[in-house]
Design a protein around this ligand. Structure first.
Ligand SMILES: Nc1ncnc2c1ncn2[C@@H]1O[C@H](COP(=O)(O)OP(=O)(O)OP(=O)(O)O)[C@@H](O)[C@H]1O
Ligand code: NI
Length: 363
């Protein structure tokens, strides 16, 4: 078995502010294999973006205070800025939630996509466009080639009429088209790993479904590994192979999407799923709104979900929660897992336990 493309181990990312210290990422571990789509699922404030930013080493003003991030066997937490720049220009691309922050309003989208192609081809030069504020395409033939590639990329991400839209400015495009253009710039370098932080959150459901479908084709056709961040279970279910459920900067449960979404074992995951099924019913086990961790500055003894968990015991509050293997490739951070399992089966009448009701089988 080859080494995972991305391996995050015991990552701790901290923000220091006047209000105190926020442990935004508090011991997170997971891997992304080649040609795999892994989702990070969690509510607002659970540390999804801080995790993604740490992987790209764009965590400032946060600081990585512990743990390891390896990409293709290379340690990123201690890598030099020049190495990180090269990786970001070639191997790892990130798409942020708000495309207006990524696209420069004064250049056409075609030029910006073409510039990403050029950066990739000239292997890791500074982003001249941002840097100098001038178009790097003074040489006509260089522009023609890059423009052609930009049009291809625009087609790939579903921008209609790319021949015409290549000269459009960001403000001339709809939100959906802008987000597609951002995706095209991210794909220009043919990255081995694409990190997409809520890439479709602001978009209508048809556009969202289309973009998610294109992410899957990207994996199918180009073997791109994708880390997809979302608070939306539907998005994760449609797109991912595996999912990591975050709460208060910690992994509650992780495993194959189908398994986690149909037979969740962690009380938090189950609360999250039942909220999404009946999200109008905020009273559903009382978890909907109050499940959010209000105070990140306290100590981290015990399970962060303990105060909202109906299965809570003394052990949940008294020390670090061990992560156990509920099944092969299914991790769980819950001391009450066996009790929860019994509950889970009765709560989930629609499915005869997929694992035969025995959660402690071996890998
Ligand atoms: N620049 C910052 N300064 C101080 N605290 C921060 C900063 N950025 C994030 N945090 C804190 O870190 C925690 C995790 O934030 P993060 O943005 O990773 O959450 P998220 O899961 O991405 O949420 P959302 O779904 O709202 O994007 C939060 O408590 C947040 O307040
Ligand atoms: Ni976020």
């Amino acid at each position: 078995m080859s080494e995972s493309l991305l391996r995050v181990e015991n990552l701790h990312t901290r923000f220091d502010s006047d209000q105190g210290t926020v442990d935004a990422v508090n011991g997170v571990s997971f891997t992304v294999d080649r040609a795999e789509i892994v989702g990070i699922l969690g509510e607002s404030g659970s540390g999804k973006s801080a995790t993604a930013q740490s992987i790209c080493r764009l965590e400032a003003p946060g600081k990585i205070v512990d743990g390891s991030i390896t990409f293709a066997g290379r340690e990123l937490t201690t890598a030099a800025e020049a190495t990180l720049c090269r990786l970001r220009g070639n191997s790892i691309s990130m798409v942020f939630q708000d495309p207006t922050e990524t696209l420069n309003p004064v250049f056409s989208v075609g030029e910006q996509i073409a510039e990403s192609v050029r950066i990739h081809e000239s292997s890791g030069k500074q982003r001249l466009l941002d840097f100098l504020g001038v178009s790097p395409f003074r040489d006509r033939s260089a522009w023609e080639n890059a423009r052609e590639r930009a049009i291809e990329l625009m087609e790939q991400v579903g921008i209609p009429n790319p021949d015409a839209s290549v000269s459009s400015f960001p403000h001339e495009l709809s939100g959906g088209l802008r987000q597609r253009a951002v995706l095209a710039t991210a794909l220009a370098s043919e990255p081995a790993l694409l990190i997409a932080d809520e890439p479709t959150t602001a978009l209508d459901t048809t556009t969202q479904a289309d973009i998610l479908r294109r992410l899957r084709s990207l994996r199918d056709e180009q073997n791109t590994s994708i880390l997809l961040i979302s608070h939306d279970i539907g998005v994760i279910a449609q797109t991912c192979d595996r999912v990591v459920v975050l709460y208060d900067g910690q992994v509650m449960e992780a495993g194959p999407v189908e398994r986690i979404l149909t037979a969740p074992k962690h009380p938090y995951t189950r609360a999250l799923l039942s909220c999404s099924v009946r999200n109008s019913d905020a009273d559903e086990r009382g978890h909907s709104a109050m499940a959010r961790p209000q105070d990140h500055t306290g100590s981290h003894e015990g399970c962060p979900f303990a105060d909202h968990c109906q299965h809570v015991t003394d052990a949940c509050r008294s020390g670090p929660i061990q992560t156990t293997e509920a099944a092969s490739d299914h991790r769980l951070a819950c001391v009450e897992a066996p009790v929860s399992e019994a509950q889970s089966v009765s709560e989930q009448q629609e499915r005869p336990a997929a694992d035969g009701g025995q959660q402690h089988d071996t890998a």
